[in-house]
Design a protein around this ligand. Structure first.
Ligand SMILES: Nc1ncnc2c1ncn2[C@@H]1O[C@H](COP(=O)(O)OP(=O)(O)OP(=O)(O)O)[C@@H](O)[C@H]1O
Ligand SMILES: [Mg+2]
Length: 250
């Protein structure tokens, strides 16, 4: 059965989507079958992999209008796309019975087809994110090694604890991913120190360095292993993913 992992941080622009795409692609490099779920109405993941317009998105599936139809990007890597319509879903589904379990039910149809299912969360802690956490065995938290990175972390922890006690007792924090790290900057080193003190051994040993190839790859509609396999970004995501496989026993 596939292991479901959410990439979570309600702060915007911390590297959730970049991590979902490239951890997924690294898992494929390591021989795993991976499904990416784009659960963000911004559809950044869908766009950055250059997926053509699909008839069925995660929105129709959440509304119960269709089963999901994963799109195959390359062998081993499938994606369930998002669309702007999803921005209305939180309001539309608010009166639905079992509204926190809709995604879990959807994923139960395909969980046996993959080794890992990675969910790219929107930058909020609303109903979509709750659905992601209710569906997941593990959470990964990308954190930018910048000033204010640790602001709001207590809130994330609170939400994870609430979901664990009320909706999904299996939920576990797999770890914190330091992103956009530049060891030449004192600030980045200081913030990494603070993150390590706060989360202790939950912080992955591999930090994702700031790397222009990671920012360029989406413009070429490619993951980092297709765009620039020799880049520091590819090396970092491969190392990080080995740690993730170790922690999740995948
Ligand atoms: N390690 C990195 N080095 C350089 N640029 C990066 C790195 N990681 C991410 N970026 C760039 O930073 C921006 C934000 O990253 P990303 O979209 O992954 O964040 P996000 O948390 O998904 O944002 P949102 O909350 O809006 O969904 C993007 O332009 C991305 O290309
Ligand atoms: Mg994103």
């Amino acid at each position: 059965m596939g292991i479901v992992i959410s990439l979570l941080n309600h702060k915007g622009g911390v590297g959730k989507t970049t991590s979902a795409v490239n951890i997924g692609a690294a898992m494929v490099e390591l021989g795993k079958r991976v499904l990416l779920i784009d659960l963000d109405p911004q559809a950044n993941l869908t766009i950055s992999l250059g997926i053509p317009r699909q008839k069925v998105t995660i929105y129709e599936a959440l509304r119960g209008e269709s089963e999901i139809v994963p799109y195959t990007c390359k062998p081993g890597l499938d994606v369930v796309v998002s669309s702007l319509d999803l921005s209305g879903a939180e309001m539309e589904l608010i009166n639905e019975a079992g509204r926190e379990y809709l995604l879990r039910e959807i994923l139960s149809q395909v969980v046996d087809d993959y080794d890992f299912i990675l969910i790219d969360c929107p930058p909020s802690l609303g109903l979509l994110t709750l659905n992601a956490l209710t569906s997941s065995r593990y959470v990964l938290i990308p954190l930018q090694t910048q000033f204010l990175a640790v602001q709001g972390l207590a809130k994330i922890k609170q939400v994870i604890d609430k979901v664990r006690s009320r909706l999904n007792t299996d939920l576990e924090m797999a770890g914190v991913i330091p992103t956009m790290y530049d060891s030449r900057r004192v600030l980045n080193r200081d913030v990494l120190d603070i993150i390590q003190k706060y989360f202790e051994d939950k912080v992955f040993k591999t930090s994702i360095r700031e790397n222009v190839s990671l920012a360029e790859a989406p413009a070429h509609r490619k993951d980092i292993f297709e765009y620039n396999p020799r880049s520091p970004g590819a090396a970092d995501y491969l190392e990080l993913t080995k740690e993730i496989l170790e922690r999740t026993k995948g």
